[in-house]
Design a protein around this ligand. Structure first.
Ligand code: MN
Length: 242
């Protein structure tokens, strides 16, 4: 099995090294990832300048760095390596739950795989600047052992809980609203600047991705590319009028 690994934290993130190490037990592994951090880049692609694809050192794993987005990396990775079976993205330094999926570069890499007709799995963990991935590795292995053989799952979003997990859960994406928070500040030259972040404002729904990790489970959400609102579409007249 050929396993292509990408992320949005950059090729030198400890998360991608941990994922490559675990994944190596299940197939041939190659890392293709952005040369710098691209978190929250979502599914952007680089269309206005050329991309480079350069060999880099990453332990014993074959790895390449790209001056582009997570989606670019998956496209270039699949172009340079025939018959990729699956794309793994992560392990992201930070959760990707609920509405964060709209911004997530980690998920976008897995989504790009699905767009190319491959399978994609995104993995994220709520870790800080000094992450200890050793505690997650046995659970990453369990997740891969479960998901890799399930060919019907084209796109899956996996999130680990804060503490040692108590089990695995299939979940749905939380769609509770959040509030956008804009924080103003000044740079050292006195110029005004802003930070934009989001804060959840509603409690989690049972069975959702946010609920699962809050309760200590590894959350696994099967996703699809079709964003169509089926219920609304079914209620609309065949011929739009007005
Ligand atoms: Mn990230």
């Amino acid at each position: 099995m050929r396993i292509l690994i990408a992320n949005d934290d950059g090729v030198y993130s400890p998360g991608i090294a941990a994922l490559a190490e675990v994944a190596s037990a299940y197939g041939e592994v190659r890392v293709v990832a952005p040369d710098v951090e691209m978190s929250s880049a979502s599914h952007a692609i680089t269309a206005s300048r050329p991309l480079s694809y350069k060999r880099t050192r990453l332990g014993g794993v074959e790895a390449y760095r790209v001056n582009g987005t997570p989606a670019d990396c998956v496209a270039l990775g699949a172009y340079h390596w025939d018959s990729v079976d699956i794309v793994l993205s992560g392990i992201n330094l930070g959760s990707n739950l609920g509405n964060a999926l709209w911004h997530s570069g980690t998920l976008a890499a897995a989504k790009q795989a699905a767009l190319l007709g491959l399978r994609g799995i995104a993995l994220s963990a709520p870790v800080g600047d000094d992450p200890r991935f050793d505690q997650f590795k046995p659970w990453v292995a369990r997740v891969l052992e479960l998901l890799l053989p399930l060919d019907a799952l084209q796109l899956v979003n996996v999130n680990f809980p804060e503490a040692a997990p108590i089990g695995l859960r299939w979940t749905r994406q939380s769609v509770r609203h959040y509030d956008g928070k804009v924080v103003p500040g000044k740079d050292p030259m006195g110029r005004e600047h802003f930070w934009f972040t989001v804060i959840p404002i509603e409690a989690t729904e049972e069975g959702s991705d946010r609920w699962a990790v809050e309760h200590g489970y590894v959350s696994m959400t099967p996703l699809r590319l079709d964003l169509t609102d089926e219920a609304v579409l079914a209620g609309l007249p065949r011929e739009p009028s007005g």
